[in-house]
Design a protein around this ligand. Sequence first.
Ligand code: PRT
Ligand code: ZN
Length: 301
Amino acid sequence: MTPKSRRDDGRLKIAIQKSGRLSEKSFALLEKAGISLLKSKDQLLCRARNFPLDIFLVRDDDIPAFLVNDVCQLGILGQNTMLETKLLDPQTFGGLEQVIELGFGRCRLSIATPNDMSYDGVESLAGKTIATSYRGLLADYLARQGVAADIVTMEGAVEVAPRTHLADAICDLVSTGNTLISNGLTEQECILESQASVIQNNGMQDDLRALSEKLLARITAVLRAENSRYIMLNSPVDSLDEIKAILPGSQSPTVMPLQGRDDMVAVHAVCEEEVFWQTMEDLKARGATSILVVPIEKMLD
Ligand code: PRT
Ligand code: ZN
């Protein structure tokens, strides 16, 4: 059961995973968005000191229910969990929507078979039994592929199912692939690529919408800053166009004169993607000098 709605206090509520693979990065994201949290003994609720926001600390699987019951307006959840929840109960959870992809908690939902099972494409699964915690996503995938297989739902330790003869194959989340390898399984089909995302229930009340938009704008700005670099270099006037063209993801660099030099100018640019060593070497090869790449802490247009 979820707690009674407390939305009438005018504070925005966000649900994040209490402990697990998403919790540390969810907290860190809120902190980077300028939210300073009051430490509390409450195991469920944490208040922000400098923003009208309450943070509910819950199991990730409970986050969709917190949203549809209007206990919280926002949540941070793996796309895998959100899509599975919607597929299993579209009537209750159909209104959940993703608002921002966060770039952490990346994994894929894949079908894997024992190393010694002959596998020749997804048709090889016809008539087999597949163990998974993602019945909705797996059933949807098999139906789209036109393959009839039996699904056994397991809450955890899915990777041991073939060894214990509970199933012929499995469908589970994979990140490094080590769990599959150490259980003698081979990844065959990736049925979903997933990452953490901010979700909301469509039809948010007007009084909280403005607060939500403000928080989401800050989160977007944090993600942009994290993915951007500020690059400074000196460029020969003659190769300025070429140098500007290879600055990754930069729109209009600032070009400034260098005192006492007619042949060189200073170039400053925000690059909205990673600046690789190769790019720096390419810049240098075109005559750029004093190339500096620095992280950006905050960024707002
Ligand atoms: O207690 P609560 O219900 O909140 O947590 P949980 O146990 O349900 O979830 P948790 O913390 O394990 O995962 C939360 C979310 O992290 C998932 O829903 C995914 O969105 C994301 N995520 C990213 C992963 C993984 N990577 C991951 N590797 N979730 C689980 N795994 C497991 C996978 O199930 C398998 O057992 O890790 C194992 C495989 O990892 P590798 O690295 O060996 O391939
Ligand atoms: Zn869970």
